[in-house]
Design a protein around this ligand. Structure first.
Ligand SMILES: Cc1cc2nc3c(=O)[nH]c(=O)nc-3n(C[C@H](O)[C@H](O)[C@H](O)COP(=O)(O)OP(=O)(O)OC[C@H]3O[C@@H](n4cnc5c(N)ncnc54)[C@H](O)[C@@H]3O)c2cc1C
Length: 444
């Protein structure tokens, strides 16, 4: 479609949101709130075939379900308070497991301010029927504000007089003034936006693994408590893995380049992982899947009357995808409501936010490259564990390496800021001291 100059949302404008995951619902919540502020009447329809109250794939947006401290606080400021019925567990520490030992990294704020939530239900007859999935909660918030949810999969977009038309099974289901593409990376949704010809190409992805361990509330509390366990193990094809404690189960997430259906078994059978789990007391994962994760951002995430956000656009590398969905959903809504819905409006209002996440990931890539070296070489792994141990045991220590690792795996800090901390000279002196000790011990 040709660029047509100034386009704005007028009273009664129709917005179609394709995908009711976090980015689609955050967009809808903010668009409706902002439009109300300036007394503009808009209609928001969220299309998503999933029913987030159902168990199994029909209601699940596969994810680790860790909500960073920053996002929990930001949402509270926005008036979106996560209720106890959504929070599965508060997290106060990370347990880092390496081939050279394990070390606990306590939350710098000494509060259980990271929340774990579920993005789906794997049990047919859930023990926790009172617990709601995060996606269902956000969708309900959007509906409370006036959005309409249509349980429909959109499979084609066309145009009528410059206005987008949404199709499902060859039937027109909606005529829109603005289409928001928030379809993630685990569907064929990207194809219909590629077909519009404005230059959008689906993001690069890797295949990850998720497994749910149904241990029961008592054992999750006994063996995991309020700690997320991170594994930096020299396992082939695995970058890192995490075990995220929920109410009565633990979500295992494995990220790497060569993840397949055997990766989960190889990981769970690793001697260091087995030590973390209750001995011989569970019969393997109750549920497992291999979702895609976005690792690169498309160049053209908008055109006139179309904007892409969330995983289908740019997201944070290996962490805080939900936080990125919030940032992008809000920026897209702000631009659409206050500026306009033309390509130039999105370029001015939305693209800087989109690009900020993209640029930050360059620093993330570099930092994960360094983490790989620490995982690969035993002397470096031992040095890292020793320095973190010293920092954690000394209450007056500045805890530089601990905070770098904490921020690498939680969503609190941008990679760019972690990078600035990572060039700290005192921390490197401590690490070199530990490497020298390791080399000396090896020599002896
Ligand atoms: C293994 C793994 C672990 C992760 N762990 C975390 C974590 O702990 N914390 C965190 O913050 N992030 C995590 N993420 C990232 C997080 O899951 C995503 O960043 C986040 O879900 C993106 O939200 P979204 O709304 O863009 O996409 P999604 O959550 O994927 O939602 C897309 C929605 O669009 C719908 N849809 C798709 N196509 C269509 C269509 N054609 N028509 C209508 N609807 C459609 C789908 O049904 C779905 O509901 C993890 C990701 C993976 C793979």
């Amino acid at each position: 479609m040709k660029h047509t100059g100034r386009l704005v949302l007028s009273d009664g404008a129709e917005i179609s949101v394709i995908g009711g995951g976090p980015s689609g619902t955050f967009f809808s919540i903010f668009a409706l709130k902002m439009a109300k502020m300036i007394d503009k009447k808009i209609k928001v329809t969220i299309f998503d075939p999933k029913d987030f109250t159902k168990s199994g794939p029909a209601g699940c947006n596969r994810c680790g379900g860790v909500i960073s401290e920053l996002l929990v606080q930001t949402l509270a400021v926005e008036g979106i308070n996560l209720p106890d019925t959504v929070i599965q567990r508060g997290i106060s520490s990370y347990m880092l497991h390496t081939a050279k030992g394990s070390v606990k990294i306590a939350s710098p704020s000494f509060e259980k301010s990271i929340a774990t939530v579920k993005r789906g239900e794997f049990r047919k007859n859930a023990e926790e029927p009172h617990k709601e999935s995060f996606d269902h909660f956000l969708l309900r918030e959007a509906v409370k504000l006036g959005a309409c949810h249509e349980p429909v999969r959109i499979d084609r977009i066309g145009y009528d007089n410059g206005r987008p038309l949404l199709y499902s099974k060859d039937k027109i289901v909606h005529k829109s003034d603005l289409v928001v593409g928030s379809f993630g990376v685990n569907s064929t949704g990207a194809g219909m936006f590629e077909a519009l010809g404005f230059g959008y190409k689906k993001p690069g992805t890797i295949i990850t693994a998720i497994a749910e361990l149904d241990l029961g509330e008592d054992r999750v509390s006994e063996f995991f408590g309020n700690s997320i366990h991170i594994f930096l193990l020299p396992l082939k094809g695995v970058k890192f893995a995490a075990m995220v404690p929920k109410g009565g189960h633990v979500t295992v997430c494995i990220l790497g380049k060569k993840t397949d259906s055997d990766t989960v078994d190889a990981f769970l059978n690793h001697e260091i992982v087995r030590k973390v789990l209750p001995e011989g007391s569970f019969s393997g994962p109750a549920c497992r899947c291999l979702p895609r994760m976005s690792v690169s951002a498309p160049k053209a995430p908008f055109t006139d009357r179309v904007v892409i956000c969330g995983d289908a656009g740019s997201t944070r590398l290996f962490k805080d995808g939900i936080g990125a969905a919030y940032v992008m959903g809000k920026a897209a809504a702000k631009t659409a409501v206050f500026e306009g819905i033309g390509r130039d409006d999105f370029k001015a209002g939305y693209e800087p936010v989109y690009n900020e996440i993209k640029t930050d990931n360059y620093f993330g890539r570099y930092l994960f490259g360094i983490t790989d070296l620490y995982k690969k070489y035993g002397i470096m792994t031992s040095g890292m564990v020793a320095v973190v141990e010293d920092e954690q045991n000394d209450s007056r220590s500045p805890k530089i390496l601990s905070s770098i690792l904490w921020n690498m795996f939680t969503g609190n800090e941008r990679y760019k800021d972690i990078f600035k901390t990572a060039v700290s000279l005192p921390m490197h002196l401590d690490l070199w001291k530990e490497f020298a000790r390791g080399i000396f011990r090896r020599g002896v």
